[in-house]
Design a binder for this molecule. Structure first.
Ligand code: SAM
Length: 275
């Protein structure tokens, strides 16, 4: 299967010319299996001992800001999900790229934090770990099925500082103005970075129309997130899409509305050494 032509044409215009071919190849690459230790339940040393007992070979991923990140051979994934540690929530299987946003937001213990598009909760779990299960962590998700997956994940991973809300993120800014020290908006998006040429379903919902519709929702979610932010607070916006309509455009919209009340900060990605 190949990628939608319209998507490829757009991508060629979006990414740097010299990186286009390399980026295209990533859509053919098999998915890596990576996971990270759950600091609320165990330590990297204990998890490594557990993996050794289960005879699952692992490789540590160099990741300065977050300890206990591992990669295994995809053929061992099934065995990993059958271990006691998996059921006990000692680790969480997650793409490396998904770990970046909460690490950059870097919430601290005792803060008030909002995860405005939270399910299934992979990033909420990192936020709770960094907050050491203290303070107040609100996790919002409107989709009923995904909301219950979020709740199950938080429970299984021992999160006790989270308060979950099955509601539309667009309403949160008006309901909770100026309330949070840090906000993560990992927005619903067209998931372009998750396309795989060997998985037809991954591209089946994509269209330029969908990108534009999603952009409208993202703009409103971002304005809502901004309304919920305390003065001096930090808001981080992320998507797994390449489209400027879904990335630069919502930010531009926020800056046009509230530019005089906010400051953009540089992002230093903690991923230089990750192979
Ligand atoms: N942060 C999550 C994680 O790391 O596990 C992934 C979030 S996913 C990219 C975006 C989520 O936003 C989806 O679960 C989707 O159901 C949810 N969503 C869709 N519309 C929304 C809305 N109006 N308000 C808040 N969340 C919404």
């Amino acid at each position: 299967m190949s990628l939608p032509e319209a998507f490829k044409e757009r991508l060629e215009r979006i990414v740097p010319h010299e990186r286009f071919d390399a980026i295209l190849k990533t859509f053919d690459a098999p998915k890596q299996v990576t996971f990270r230790v759950n600091p609320l339940k165990t330590t990297p040393a204990e998890l490594e001992a557990e993996l050794a007992r289960e005879a699952i070979p692992f490789e540590r991923v160099g990741w300065g800001a977050l300890e206990g990140v591992y990669r295994i051979d995809p053929s061992d994934k099934l065995r990993l999900t059958q271990t006691k540690g998996f059921y006990a929530g000692h680790f969480y299987i997650q793409n490396l790229s998904s770990m970046v946003a909460p690490v950059l937001l870097a919430p601290e213990p005792e803060e008030t934090v909002l995860d405005l598009a939270a399910a299934p909760g992979g990033k909420t779990l990192i936020l709770a770990g960094m907050m050491e299960n203290t303070g107040w962590l609100s996790a919002v998700e409107p989709s009923r099925e995904r909301f219950f997956r979020l709740c199950d994940n938080l429970k299984n991973q021992g999160v006790t500082n989270a308060h979950t809300y099955m509601t539309d993120g667009r309403s949160v800014g008006k309901k909770c103005p100026l309330m949070f020290d840090r906000i993560l908006l990992d927005a619903p998006c067209s998931s372009e970075a998750r396309f795989k040429t060997f998985d037809e379903k991954s591209t089946s919902f994509w269209s330029i129309h969908k990108v534009k519709e999603t952009s409208k929702l993202q703009r409103r979610l971002l304005l809502s997130a901004f309304d919920a932010l305390k003065p001096g607070g930090k808001l981080l916006y992320s998507t797994c899409s390449f489209s400027p309509e879904e990335n630069e455009s919502p930010l531009q919209h926020l800056l046009e509305r509230h530019g005089s009340h906010l400051k953009t900060l540089p992002l230093i990605l903690p991923i230089d050494n990750v192979q």
